[in-house]
Design a protein around this ligand. Sequence first.
Ligand code: ARG
Length: 576
Amino acid sequence: MPDPLLAIRPRLQQAVAAVLGPEHADADPVLRRSDRPGVDYQANAAMALAKEAGRNPRDLANAIVEAADLDDLMEAVEVAGPGFINLTVRPEFLAAEVEATAANERLSPLASQPETVVVDLSGPNVAKEMHVGHLRSTVIGDALARILGFLGHRVVRQNHLGDWGTQFGMLIEHLVDEGWESSADHTIGDLNALYQAASRKFKEDAAFAERARGRVVDLQAGDPETIAVWQDLVDESERHFEIVYERLGVTLTPDDYKPESSYNPMLDDVVSELEEKGLAVVDDGALCVFPPGFTGRDGEPLPLIVRKRDGGYGYQATDLAALRYRTTEVGGTRLVYVVGAPQQQHLSMVFAVGEMAGWLAAPARAEHVAFGSILGPDGKMFKTRSGENVKLNELLDEAVDRAAAAVAEKNPELDDAERAQVADAIGIGAVKYADLANDRVKDYVFDFDRMLSFEGHTAPYLQYAHARIKSIFRRTEAASAPGPVLIEQPAERALALQLLSFDDAVQQAAEHLQPHRLATYLFELAQAFTAFYESCPIIRADTNEQRTSRLALADLTARTLATGLDLLGITAPERM
Ligand code: ARG
């Protein structure tokens, strides 16, 4: 096991059990990396356990240290402050762990209990051009799907395309009015405009609104003329989504499309099951379930509407059918919904009804991976100057253009093809990394200058650190290959410790569904490498042993950066 935490943790647990009794054998030693000088790890076990055990934390810490068998791993174990246990790792142990990690192609062990994780991500809407609003769900969802898959889970991606609501009645009715033939000579941009015209007409023209409502019922009942127009819209939209996914380097394929409409045939079963279980009630003509604990602003219980008064099914009903499908048909035990924070209540209600109906039962559970908004430079929702949604394709064009200019300046030797490739990696990587690098629940300001900077918590900084190591290897050629690891200098120790924490960072990101934990880790790794590179010459090292050891550290750093960036969906070019 590469991460020293994995070696140290059971030893501390044994010591705790020896001191407090075997019933404490599973106690969490609360072990973390430490950034105190000379201290590598710190355990808070004593502080966490003292109260319960009725002991003084410092005495307890001393007793644990006394009982712990850590000599082969630790150079020093000391009790500090009110009861912290400070641990300093033996350099030989560190070196051996780095070598073991380097020898493992995966860099990190697989999950001990793999499960089926269903990741609901992206979910753009048919007949609408993808805008910046769908960037986060797509990018965060893709990173989580990659991370969970890397850990050995069976990941089932579900792109819950919005292709089935009232809005399609409106749009189709409008298209029929306009004498629609086919989308062949239309772009997704036209659809966007038609959609806007339809929704204006819907608001202004009551007779049209009535026809539009009827059209939804026709659609959901499978009327051939209606379905033909609808299918045409879906096809055109999917062509557009594919282009965007391809550009973004997102692992979504048409196989992952599971649109709202695909749940239509399941809705009757959903309804009858809810009725059989006595959960569905008719309220004002609509079929509803009232999950306990949800009330509206007026304090009245809030319904999840399964079937509307006019017989149509809406967003709530399809999401309920989707949840049922994901646990019962797909076999998912962890359902992950990467959906914006404003849909929190909707999803909580769907989860609650799913539990009531028995479709969401332990060990299965559902988690809403909520995220904040992307803001413009003015701190308000990110919009164009004229107040429209920012189109994702246009945003990516600008990022790549700006990256191309930076690359041309930094590395004029690259030929055109490689420059274009590198600009793509940097431009797209910068946009994605800016989205992933901060705690997802927070809003962030979209800022090209900042995200494309080669300094700071950015993709280009990490990509550059990786490319720099690759250039060292190009220069040393076969003269020196990575060799056994020696840990002598503080910067080598710090880099080694950081390298060995990769596993923990990936696990944390997966457990909390927070890609920023991995992003932050990679940033700290690049920083540790920079500090190491400044104080520990590689090619001009004093001895051959030092040189080959430092090459080994550099090589593992490059691999870890490339692997970590790949888990975030970002490419690491060989040169920049
Ligand atoms: N199409 C929805 C939207 O644009 C997102 C779908 C999210 N997934 C879900 N299962 N509801 O808001």
